[in-house]
Design a binder for this molecule. Structure first.
Ligand SMILES: Nc1ncnc2c1ncn2[C@@H]1O[C@H](COP(=O)(O)OP(=O)(O)O)[C@@H](O)[C@H]1O
Ligand SMILES: [Mg+2]
Length: 255
């Protein structure tokens, strides 16, 4: 580790993760810089979600080290919820709770605050993600896909964490809602100085909001850099991913 570690929000070294006989991550190393939006691409079933869940300590590792904000992950950890917010791939809201109660959930779990203060925070967080105070009274079944993602984002940011993990946040959204969500992430990253770790297949997201893109193949990060560098990568999987027929067509349309 030659570079000074204070530049990095997340440092992963030689990470090995598997289930039974299956090895999913095989000596994977990755650095996420403070304040950047890092996009992660990889084949479906390749281990992107497993990587994210291992970094936040939900999946045990067989080998390797993980540091988040200079603190080693492993064993008991204090204040994880204050360090990161998460939008899971199946990022369901609690269906029996209102939007306001969903956003307040991490506050209730981690802090002791008056109801009045929690209501103020919920309104502020909803506003931050482009929703109205009235939306707080709605139930998840009453929301559009785009609104659901925004509420999940408001909940992830309830405790003002410095790091945000997003697992395919725009999948399932129409292109306009996806574009709006990307813009929101980009604005929040700039105004709050967030570090964002985002798993995505969305070429538009990769091109427009990510500072760097990392490619996961064969259990390792095989390429990492700004999008224009990834497009030059000689790695066979990365080439196939960005220069396959389907992505060529999309890149052409985006020009
Ligand atoms: N909790 C688990 N138990 C067993 N196998 C798992 C578990 N979570 C993920 N896997 C396996 O790990 C591999 C990577 O999964 P995942 O990280 O979800 O892929 P993706 O890159 O699509 O997010 C898959 O083969 C999946 O079946
Ligand atoms: Mg996944």
């Amino acid at each position: 580790m030659s570079e000074p570690q204070k530049e990095f929000a997340i440092r992963v070294r030689d990470l090995v993760v598997g289930f039974g006989r299956q090895t999913v991550l095989d000596h994977l190393s990755l650095d996420v810089r403070k304040g950047e939006i890092l996009g992660l691409v990889g084949a479906s079933g390749g281990g992107k979600s497993v990587l994210m869940r291992t970094i936040i300590g939900l999946i045990p590792r067989r080998e390797g080290t993980i540091e988040v904000m200079g603190q080693a992950i492993g064993g008991r950890r204090q204040g994880a919820a204050l360090t990161w917010g998460i939008l899971f791939q199946q990022g369901a809201l609690f269906s029996s709770l209102t939007v306001r109660q969903n956003v307040q959930f991490p506050l209730r779990e981690n802090l002791v605050l008056s109801q009045e203060l929690m209501d103020e925070i919920a309104i502020a967080k909803l506003e931050m993600v482009g929703l109205l105070p009235e939306d707080g009274d709605k139930y998840p079944s009453e929301l559009s896909g785009g609104m659901t993602k925004r509420v999940a984002l408001a909940r992830a940011l309830a405790l003002d964490p410095p790091i945000l993990f997003l697992d395919e946040p725009t999948s399932g959204l129409d292109p306009i809602a996806a574009g709006d969500f990307d813009e929101l992430i980009s604005t929040l990253q700039k105004t709050l100085g967030l570090t964002v770790f985002m798993v995505t297949h969305d070429l538009a997201s990769l091109t427009t909001v990510c500072d760097r893109v990392a490619a996961l193949a064969d259990g390792k990060i095989v390429a990492i850099g700004p999008m224009h560098e990834l497009l030059q990568s000689e790695h066979p999987w990365v080439r196939a991913y960005f220069h396959g027929k389907r992505s060529q067509m999309l890149q052409h349309e985006m020009r």
